[in-house]
Write a protein of this length. Structure first.
Length: 250
């Protein structure tokens, strides 16, 4: 199994106000820098086979903060996890765009959306390139690798939808907040969504096992009954006091 940590970049001065897209020179603001530093500290105990980032500055800065806790581990740039190319919408206020007829299509049927203008990209094409990048990095780094990709909200939502077998139109039910952590484990049969939009959890369940292999299911099989959440099963013992129920409470 290959474990992928998907991190959205931290806050910028335009986050939530302007559709920045591929506009260059948009750095993290003070809030975003603090978010990146906090996430870096949270992830510091976790070995990462690679730190991969969108080429855009806000992602590069977020990834660099994580790399800074790892003795100079490099940040590797991957264009295919860059932001969706919003074409003529790039740089426009979100309040203005919300009045456009295409806005409702983006909300309800993103699979039908191609953003206007010569540089506009379709949302299915964005999903395809991002998922292809994930699959290629999985193959390159190997089945026991845990690695990190720093990307963008719409890209992460599209990757999560693919991992769950959801139509792209359902991706708008998924949330990816600034500097949130989403974790997917890829097995030969299916991906498993381990976390989504996590902004404060520890990393103990993501640490390698003592034998060096990744944690999680030993195969592609789902955990029938819910599983132990990564904890070692306790040894069977006689119930003390009243009779224990034989039914696992999920």
């Amino acid at each position: 199994m290959t474990t992928v940590l998907l991190v959205r970049h931290g806050l910028t001065a335009t986050t939530g106000h302007v559709l920045t897209g591929w506009t260059p020179g948009i750095p993290l603001d003070d809030r975003g820098q603090a978010q990146a530093a906090a996430l870096a500290a949270r992830l510091a105990p976790l070995p990462l086979a690679a730190i991969v980032s969108s080429p855009l500055e806000r992602c590069q800065q977020t990834a660099a903060a994580i790399a800074a806790t790892r003795d100079g581990q490099p940040v590797l740039t991957e264009d295919r996890v860059g932001e969706c190319r919003y074409g003529d919408w790039t740089g426009k206020p979100l309040k203005r765009l919300a009045a456009e007829p295409l806005w409702r299509v983006v909300q309800a049927h993103p699979s039908a959306v191609t953003f206007p203008g010569p540089d506009g990209e379709s949302m299915p094409d964005m999903q395809h390139r991002a998922v292809a990048a994930i699959r290629e990095w999985n193959a390159r780094l190997g089945q026991d690798a845990t690695y990190l990709i720093c990307s963008h909200g719409d890209v992460i939502k599209a990757i999560v939808a693919d991992s769950l077998g959801l139509h792209l139109d359902q991706s708008q039910r998924i949330q990816a907040d600034p500097c949130s952590l989403t974790v997917i484990r890829y097995t030969p049969m299916r991906p498993f969504l381990i976390r989504m939009n996590d902004r404060g959890g520890g990393v103990e369940d993501l640490m390698p096992r003592e034998d060096g292999h990744a944690r999680g299911a030993a195969s592609s099989d789902a955990a029938v009954g819910g599983g132990t959440g990564g904890a070692a099963p306790s040894s069977p013992s006689a119930p003390s006091g009243r009779q224990q129920s034989a039914v696992t409470r999920g």
